[in-house]
Design a protein around this ligand. Structure first.
Ligand code: BMA
Length: 310
């Protein structure tokens, strides 16, 4: 049985909830902001390119979409060159001293790279810098400095060391280095084709809990599932354990069928004071869903029956 209990009212957000013309609502970053939950979701426009919309909720399930999108491709300067084809799959990292850090994929004729932006109020947004070269996606920043440095997980596109999760460090959030591979797809396993960082890692007293995605190639296309990994608190490049079993797979009709079928893909999860984790996922690249899992149970899955990092 899946450790993730699906919310009964899924899907929680669809294009019908959006007051402007979009084809999908998926792959949303999530955070708590004051007494609200804020969701920054990806939406395909009817030209096939993506923008980021914003929705708010008081209970984490019933969201209201604001009238205007939150982030659309930049129209001037360096950012416009790298966001020409759209902005996608945004993650939110809250750090008390930094505000809300946003990392998203900028697509352009030069490929895909990650842009860092920041907001303090979810009204205005300041782009800070592109923080990767081309062919990088899925950047999640750890919400605490580690040994005096910022740390992030990311996922280069590569057929040689196929689609693996790496870690990098930075003194200033802009310049990143000291990169190391931490986790790779596992042959003949549910995540054998590619893996990538999912939600912003969650602090637990046993380690950083990271919900990631893994893809498996079938005769009918690939299946995207979610898994859990536990990273050492002081040295997150050390993995304590990775659950051998996935934690969520496409099962509901809107997860199995849609714009891209058989996809559950997360960009955000919110830890709650009662020890549960609200996990949010894009289903079939078409709608947003939510569910809860017990944080300790996810940690146990990582530790008790663990697959090697590579
Ligand atoms: C990945 C990304 C995600 C998407 C997923 C399934 O490669 O493009 O944005 O949700 O594929 O289509």
């Amino acid at each position: 049985m899946s450790p993730v209990k699906r919310y009964k009212g899924n899907p929680i957000l669809t294009r019908n909830d959006v007051p402007y013309h979009v084809a999908t609502v998926h792959n949303a970053g999530i955070t708590k902001y004051g007494d609200k939950y804020i969701m920054l979701f990806r939406a395909h426009l009817h030209n096939g390119r993506s923008i980021i919309g914003i929705a708010e909720s008081t209970d984490g399930y019933k969201f209201k979409v604001r009238k205007e999108p939150f982030l659309v491709p930049a129209t001037g300067g360096i950012f416009s060159e790298y966001e020409e084809y759209g902005v996608e799959d945004l993650r939110i990292c809250h750090m008390p001293d930094e505000g809300y850090l946003l990392t998203y994929s900028g697509y352009s004729r030069h490929g895909v790279r990650i842009i860092l932006a920041r907001t303090l109020d979810f009204i205005s947004v300041e782009r800070i810098a592109p923080i990767s070269q081309a062919d990088m996606r899925n950047v999640v920043i750890f919400p605490r400095k580690i040994n005096g440095q910022y740390a992030r997980l990311d996922r280069p596109h590569s057929e040689i060391s196929p689609w693996s999760v790496w870690i990098s460090y930075s003194p200033d959030l802009i310049h990143w280095g000291n990169s190391k591979v931490v986790m790779k797809p596992m042959t003949y396993h549910w995540d054998e084709m590619k893996i990538g960082p999912g939600a912003t890692p969650v602090y637990t007293d046993k380690g950083w809990l990271h919900i990631y995605h893994g893809a498996f190639s079938t005769m009918d296309g690939s299946v995207y599932r979610l898994g859990a990994a536990l990273h050492d608190l002081k040295n997150p490049e050390k993995i304590i354990g990775i659950s051998d079993e996935w934690i969520l797979q496409p099962e509901d009709p809107w997860e199995v069928t849609g714009y891209v079928h058989n996809v559950v893909f997360t960009c955000g999860a919110v830890p709650e004071p009662d020890g549960t984790l609200k996990i949010y996922w894009g289903a079939a690249d078409t709608v947003m869903c939510a569910g809860t899992a017990d944080i300790n149970s996810l940690v146990d899955m990582c530790v008790k029956k663990s697959r090697p990092p590579y």
